[in-house]
Design a protein around this ligand. Sequence first.
Ligand code: C5P
Length: 222
Amino acid sequence: SKGIIIAIDGPAAAGKSTIAKRIAEKLNFTYIDTGAMYRALTHKALQLGIDMDSDRDLSKLLEETDIQLQPNRDGQAVIIDGKDCTEVIRSQEVTANVSQVAAHTNVRKMMVAKQRDLAAGIGVVMDGRDIGTAVLPNADLKIFMTASVEERADRRYIENQRRGIQTSLAQLIADIKERDRADSEREVSPLKQAEDAILLDTTSLSIEEVADQVIELAEKRM
Ligand code: C5P
């Protein structure tokens, strides 16, 4: 079987990365978490006090930053300038600022170039917001994964509890809604279902059920 390109897009906390990791493991493909790349830049910008409104300053910072996505047992480690930042890029502070960073034209242009390089010539599962529409428009399989905002907040709540992070369900719902709004309303490659993407509403499905459905679709294209 040959390596194909699978693009998974959708709103925040829809289970994209959980599913993408499973599929990559099952098919022996490379998993690429593009959200982690925007989070990595946001984390470094926060640490250095870079102006989140400045595309120019953020682009310059990105040019000077080494972001590595390293496959590991849990899926993927995120290494920024040689330092393991896998956990810290999921912080509330990074989450609250990442959409602003990701809205900039040149930042996106640089990220998209990196993402295309990472996917060149191999079997990949890439997840994000603009993979099927902008990064890999020729992907062999495009999935647009959604779930109700309540379900997504519930899942994130359980995940946070497991990781020892305190947040109320109401706060999670508000945060997810705001991030979806920002990501959908931005001018450059907004979050949007590609015309040729398959819509997968996971609200009442288990992880196994979703993964099985996507793998079945992928195998038809291999
Ligand atoms: O997927 P995750 O929730 O980690 O993504 C964090 C943020 O990064 C998103 O809310 C969005 O603002 C940005 N992002 C993006 N394009 C992608 C992936 C993520 O704009 N392909």
